[in-house]
Design a protein around this ligand. Structure first.
Ligand code: 5AD
Ligand code: SF4
Length: 469
């Protein structure tokens, strides 16, 4: 007779992620840290014993959206309690950091509020929540466990390394927080001071990711090019040095990094774009505005000329370099002439892609207190004009790919049967018919057509012929 050890009962964990890639990365780390407690991914909140809402504070009405989602989860929790089950509700991310106490007060069904610097303490918080829930059986009141402390010790030392890589592409968080204090931005308040992980830990995580199937790694940080970390040789490396060390990892074919600040693009990083073929010819470099006056009011600490010069130097180092950016219209005090300067800068650069936003006041940030807030209809009109121009540029950039052959990292199935979906070196989405075995590998594709936001083509690499039996 075989005796099998009793299996730990699996509990469903559903994580809803809003916002940036850092949040996506954080959600995966939260899932990793909770796995030893028996939590496994659930398909929906209905199937879950725990739901984490990983919030983002950047977008307009971010907290209202969180509160309406929490209202729905409170109802689900009440329903589950009636059925003799439980639902742990946790709120993570930047809204949790900024409004943790308010969340607890306004939505008592919430069990856990966890700030971005405290994810490694989640297991302990879940245990506390479970004890509190046991004492409150029959009500849908939450446990009220809150941890939004900034770290006394860096959380990265306590988080498990990522365990899985899907489709050959992985994210690796190297830097958190920001010291730049742009006047519109909440990040320095919600994510705290700039912190760079040591190079050794990053290299070890990268090797682990490559061993788990990653051929592309995107280094993440709120201000990633400010990264400067303790190096194995006892010195302090710049991001360029880190990238050169990562490029030595066999099996790693593509390196990207995001998001960068123009003032932190140093000579060595620009040079790395020319010298390291694995560094992809695509850079997300937010400019926010093309007006020197507005840039100054935003506390960006650079003018339009510095940005344009950077673009020139990047293209000189790597002629096929494509750029994407973030832009804000309707910053307080922005005149028609300022907005024209933004359009002029966009025309001069020619972006491959861009995210553009209407300015919206974030409580507690200096810009929220500035005079001459711009009326909504003006902000709308400017956003529309800007997006029309950016859309034209993106279409032109994609159209230029037709007829070319480019390496594509296939990451998943496409929408149609037999179709694969991947990314070009310039981060364009590319569809092609192909064998599912190609997911996770880089294959040459001849581009035939452009669609609204993607390309399609045919695989040109000859697939290995399977030996006859
Ligand atoms: N209003 C509008 N857009 C903002 N962003 C950040 N804060 C605000 C705000 N208060 C945009 C910036 C940033 C991107 C992530 O979000 O363009 O680069
Ligand atoms: Fe926010 Fe980026 Fe400015 Fe930092 S550099 S304050 S993250 S916009």
């Amino acid at each position: 007779m075989t005796v099998t050890a009793p299996m730990a009962r699996k509990k469903g964990l559903f994580i809803r992620t809003y916002g940036c890639q850092m949040n996506v990365y954080d959600s995966e780390r939260m899932a990793d840290v909770l796995r030893p407690l028996g939590y496994a991914p659930a398909a929906s909140p209905d199937d879950a014993e725990m739901v984490i809402v990983n919030t983002c504070h950047i977008r307009e009405k971010a907290s209202e959206k969180v509160f309406s989602e929490l209202g729905r989860l409170r109802d689900l929790k009440a329903q589950k309690r009636r059925d003799g089950q439980d639902l742990v509700i946790a709120v993570a991310g930047c809204v949790a950091q900024a409004e943790g106490a308010e969340i607890m007060r306004r939505q008592p069904a919430v069990d856990i509020v966890v700030g971005p610097q405290a994810y490694h303490r989640l297991p302990e918080m879940v245990a506390r929540a479970a004890r509190a829930a046991a004492n409150r059986q029959g009500t849908s009141k939450g446990a009220g466990v809150l941890d939004t402390e900034f770290p006394v010790e860096p959380k990265f030392d306590y988080l498990p390394a990522p365990s899985t890589v899907k489709g050959g592409a992985a994210f690796l968080s190297v830097q958190e927080g920001c010291d730049r204090f742009c006047t519109f931005c909440v990040v320095p308040y919600t994510r705290g001071a700039e912190y760079s992980r040591p190079a050794q830990a990053i290299l070890a995580e990268a090797r682990g990711l490559v061993a788990a199937g990653a051929c592309e790694i995107t280094l993440l940080g709120q201000n990633v090019n400010a990264w400067h970390g303790a190096a194995p040789d006892g010195t302090t490396w710049s991001l360029a040095q880190l990238i050169r060390a990562l490029a030595e990892i066999e099996g790693l074919s593509r390196i990207r990094y995001t998001t960068s600040h123009p003032r932190d693009m140093d000579d060595s990083l620009i040079a790395a774009h020319g010298a390291v073929p694995k560094l992809m010819p695509y850079l997300h470099l937010p400019v926010q505005s093309g007006s020197d006056r507005v840039l100054e009011a935003m506390n960006r600490r650079h003018g339009r000329d510095l940005y344009l010069r950077l673009v020139e130097r990047l293209r000189a180092a790597r002629p096929d370099m494509a750029l994407s950016t973030d832009l804000i219209v309707g910053f307080p005090g922005e005149t028609d002439a300022d907005f024209e300067d933004t359009l002029r800068l966009v025309r001069e650069v020619g972006f491959a892609a861009a995210f553009s936003f209407k300015y919206s006041a974030r409580p507690g940030t200096p810009a929220a207190m500035m005079a001459r807030q711009i009326p909504d209809d003006v902000r709308d009109a400017r956003l529309q004009a800007l997006q029309a121009l950016l859309g034209e540029q993106q279409r032109a950039f994609n159209a230029a790919a037709v007829g070319r052959t480019m390496p594509v990292l296939f990451q998943e199935h496409g929408r149609k049967p037999g179709q694969l979906l991947g990314k070009s070196p310039w981060l364009q989405s590319v569809h092609a018919e192909g064998n599912a075995r190609l997911i996770g590998s880089i294959v040459d594709v001849h581009i035939r057509a452009t669609h609204s936001v993607s390309l399609s083509g045919e695989i040109v690499t000859v697939e290995p012929v399977e030996a006859a039996a």
